[in-house]
Design a protein around this ligand. Structure first.
Ligand code: KG4
Ligand code: ZN
Length: 396
């Protein structure tokens, strides 16, 4: 089965075509075409994602990205049928909230042969609703013109199944747990089988990625800040071989809720502690932070966050008897966090298999949305017949 998938929940516009095979116990995937445009630089000056701007950028880029994906997939063997005989008024109506995009899509469909795909998967939440709507309206328009089913996908399920691409990746032993760490979410999910998810822990305030981004801002680093904080922390550790020694840097940030009996998180306290530390050492902004202070603070921040994530994950493994630990979401691109989890599994849970997506599938992408769409279709959980709407707060 071939699936065209669309992701527009935040600041990445992405379209893929993937070939899917296998049953629910051993699904396999191959990417035929994939194109992604990140708006991160556009949003950088606002220090975060600005929804109206995200929507406009998605609408501007989505059609060129589809063309690019179709071209790449054709080179990889994707077949095409005749040009669709479209009903202009239907396509226009489905795209009415997306401005000029409606006319562009109609013009495109008039000359485009129908690709040989079986379904369209689109992120319907959680995320920024105006941004989600661009992908949903676009998917519905293509689905109606090409007479292909459209399947709504939960973005967080995409992050979970992102580990299924690659060598020997198809089989996962259940029960599994997923630690999802992104810019908008921090959750622990219990998984009894594909499409059977239960959130057993989550953040009570900021998401981990958000804490990275806000800390980066306080250190004068650009958005999105995660990679910048991580780079400074790595420089600190490289320059200071005994970084396990607390006296290596003078900073001491809290580890909120690390010993609470539940699986919930709280990261806003760490962020506030960074703020007060910065105020204190800069004498309320009078003296700039030195490079070594920035590096030491970045390392302490990364340590604090990682210790909490590791402690709660240990608790979740113990509580659920998980045989697989999946870590997904943009923050798993962080090499220090990855390394600490590898160490944890090797030293304390050698019977648990650790599954982490490749770095390009860690941050937002559409390949993971196509994979989640396939699992829904073959598990009979497909909800493609209902009218799809954007749901910014959708939960698993
Ligand atoms: O999953 P994602 O691409 O988008 C959301 O769904 O939120 O995650 C984006 C988040 C941002 O907060 C970004 O700063 C963080 O992932 N991030 C990182 C790293 N790379 C991306 N955080 C820490 N270290 C990194 N290397
Ligand atoms: Zn995400």
């Amino acid at each position: 089965m071939k699936i065209l998938s669309i992701e527009t929940s935040c600041d990445e516009t992405a379209i893929s075509i993937i070939e899917c095979a296998g049953d629910i116990t051993a699904p396999t995937f191959k990417v035929l075409g994939n194109a992604l445009y990140s708006q991160a630089k556009t949003h950088a000056e606002y220090g975060g994602v600005f929804p109206a701007l995200a929507k406009r950028e998605h609408a501007k880029n989505i059609l060129p990205l589809l063309k690019m994906t179709l071209d790449i997939a054709e080179k990889n063997g994707l077949g095409f049928k005749e040009i669709a005989n479209i009903e202009v008024s239907t396509v226009t109506k489905l795209l009415e909230r997306e401005g000029d995009l409606a006319t562009q899509v109609v013009e495109f469909l008039k000359t485009q042969k129908i690709p040989d795909i079986d379904a369209i998967a689109v992120t319907s939440g959680p995320g920024l609703e105006p941004a989600l709507w661009v992908g949903i309206s676009f998917a519905k328009a293509l689905g109606s013109a090409w007479n292909i089913k459209v399947v709504p996908v939960n973005h967080m399920e995409g992050h979970i199944v992102s580990v299924l691409l690659g060598d020997n990746s198809s089989e996962v032993s259940f029960p599994a747990i997923a630690l999802l760490i992104s810019g908008g979410h921090t959750e622990i999910v219990e998984i009894d089988g594909w499409s059977s998810y239960k959130v057993i822990g989550k953040t009570r305030d900021d998401a981990v990625g958000e804490a990275f981004d806000k800390t980066a801002r306080m250190l004068g680093l650009p958005y999105p800040g995660g990679p910048h904080v991580s780079k400074l922390a790595a420089e600190f550790r490289a320059s200071c071989p005994s970084s396990d020694d607390p006296s290596a840097h003078p900073f001491n940030l809290p580890r909120p809720m690390i010993s609470s009996p539940d699986l919930d998180f709280s990261f806003s306290g760490i962020k506030t502690a960074v703020l007060y530390t910065v105020k204190n050492i800069t004498n309320d902004g009078v003296n700039p932070l030195s490079d070594s202070q920035k590096k030491g603070l970045a390392a302490e921040f990364e340590d604090a966050v990682t210790e909490v994530l590791v402690a709660k994950t240990r608790k979740a493994i113990d509580m659920t008897g998980a045989q697989t630990l999946i870590i997904g979401g943009g923050v798993v691109a962080n090499i220090y966090i990855r390394a600490q989890f590898e160490k944890l599994i090797k030293e304390k849970y050698p019977h648990v298999s650790l599954r982490v997506p490749s770095v390009d599938l860690s941050t937002d992408n559409s390949v993971m949305i196509g994979m989640a769409g396939y699992l829904q279709l073959i598990s009979g959980k497909d909800t493609g017949s209902i009218d799809i709407v954007a749901n910014g707060n959708m939960s698993l």
